[in-house]
Design a protein around this ligand. Structure first.
Ligand SMILES: [Zn+2]
Length: 93
């Protein structure tokens, strides 16, 4: 994949209900570091409910993650999308 200039980005997601652990709710929408590891209160794991997490972080955890293919050759837009909207011609006076 690296030769193609593509990478897989992982993003943590929860079931978004009242039973989600507070610290996992805080992970909603959070991506990984460059090694593909999530930082759950200082513990690096490749996916939710990983065995290296303590039981309080793991038992009945219903979190998951989703992946996106990222084109490493595509430059990040320098400005947010809204900045690209054409405001029309500048007034002359
Ligand atoms: Zn969880």
């Amino acid at each position: 994949m690296a030769d193609a200039g593509l990478a897989v980005a992982k993003t943590w997601t929860t079931v978004r209900d009242g039973d989600v652990r507070e610290c996992h709710a805080a992970m909603e929408g959070i991506g990984t570091d460059v090694r593909g590891m999530f930082d759950v209160e200082g513990i690096l794991v490749p996916y939710p409910a990983h065995w290296s997490l303590p039981a309080k972080q793991r038992v009945r955890c219903r979190c998951s993650f989703y992946t996106d293919v990222v084109d490493l050759h595509e430059p990040e837009p320098a400005y947010p999308e809204a900045e690209y909207q054409d405001a029309g011609p500048e007034p002359l006076f």
